[in-house]
Design a protein around this ligand. Structure first.
Ligand code: NAD
Length: 320
């Protein structure tokens, strides 16, 4: 089996290869060629979460699991709050084929998911990107998003204003002006809004969002988390990576529970990629992507990393 350590990932998988792998995965899920197994997620106390995301892609020949979680004390230790490792297996024999560092890959595959939603659902003339959240993932989200439209400006808001410098620095790296704004201003200016926080209460309210906006809600991946007011999902056309996760651990859990949104109204982004769903149908429509994060995303980017690592001589082979 191959081992690809975390330290090798930065030189291997870039934004484009992550985007391509995840777009193909969402398409395979929607065709029925690939599916995710039920998520196991446990609260360990003191805000720590640990779990397993896994799945099978029959056509892409992927079987595996990402083991990992969220450890909020890690930032003080100088390591990312998310810690994860991906294990790949041969779908025919069950033999392990690879162990891959999953931290950077998680950020890249999550950013790729929201970028895919922007590619397929945002208005073509989108100019202002609104960022809600300024944690570890936010920089990856911004970098992937700006590749999809000709954004001219980034506006941002964060619950902890002292973290906003990450958004300012990332916008500067991308050559875009950045403005820290109120949530009212953010909604008034942004054509695309990405939410990437660990909030358990709605941050973006329905009345703050203009017609025509596209939202990628990426932070809610656990029961109880919430980033936008449930009424907004009642007003928007809602898309997701996987409907089962969207209604149980995703942003849609609240709107579905309160009867503002029906499960049958939620479309898979893969259906849009495959051309089975038209996606955005007017310039006034609000589109909302509920990106819950599925195991197959992790397997797809890990598999790409293994192929690239073998080609570049960066993978270690062990007899297992
Ligand atoms: P982080 O700890 O680095 O940053 C946390 C962010 O949430 C910061 O912007 C912080 O200010 C904000 N925040 C914290 N408490 C808040 C509160 N009470 N109200 C509002 N905002 C609050 O985390 P990160 O690595 O950037 O991840 C952000 C979120 O994205 C997490 O919830 C994580 O679980 C989620 N995530 C989702 C996926 C997916 O596939 N959907 C993948 C990775 C991470």
């Amino acid at each position: 089996m191959w081992i690809v350590p975390e330290s090798a990932i930065p030189g291997l998988v870039d934004e484009q290869s992550a985007f391509d792998a995840i777009e193909a995965t969402f398409a395979a899920m929607s065709r029925g060629d690939a599916y995710n197994f039920p998520v196991v997620r446990e609260a360990l106390g003191e805000g720590r979460q640990y779990g397993f995301k896994s799945g099978l892609d029959r056509v892409g020949a992927l079987l595996g699991v990402k083991a990992g979680g969220y450890f909020p004390g890690n930032a003080e230790r100088g390591i990312p709050n998310h810690q994860s490792t991906v294990y790949l297996f041969d779908p025919d024999s069950g033999k392990p084929t690879a162990m891959v560092g999953g931290n950077l890959l998680t950020a890249l595959r999550t950013a790729a998911a929201s970028a895919i939603s922007i590619k397929h659902l945002a208005r073509q003339d989108a100019k202002v990107l609104g960022m809600v959240g300024a944690g570890h993932q936010s920089a990856f989200q911004m970098r992937a998003a700006v590749r999809q439209r000709r954004f001219e400006k980034v506006v941002g808001w964060n619950f902890h204003p002292e973290m906003l410098s990450r958004l300012a620095d990332t916008a500067a790296e991308l050559g875009l002006p950045f403005e820290a704004v109120s949530l009212d201003d953010l909604g008034a200016q942004a054509d695309v809004i990405i939410t990437i926080t660990s909030s358990f209460d709605p941050i973006v309210m329905d009345a703050q969002v203009r017609p025509g906006t596209h939202l990628a809600c990426m932070g809610t991946d656990t029961k109880g988390k919430q980033e936008v007011e449930a009424a907004l999902l009642g007003r928007a056309t809602v898309f997701t990576d996987e409907v089962a996760q969207s209604i149980s651990i995703g942003e849609a859990q609240h709107a579905v529970a309160s009867g503002l949104l029906s499960e049958s109204a939620i479309a898979e982004i893969g259906a849009v990629i495959n051309g089975a769903h038209p996606g955005r149908q007017s310039a006034e429509e609000i589109t909302l992507f509920d990106g819950t994060g599925v195991g197959l995303q992790d397997l797809a980017v890990a598999s790409a990393a293994v192929d690239l690592a073998i080609a570049k001589g960066l993978a270690q082979e062990v007899d297992f």
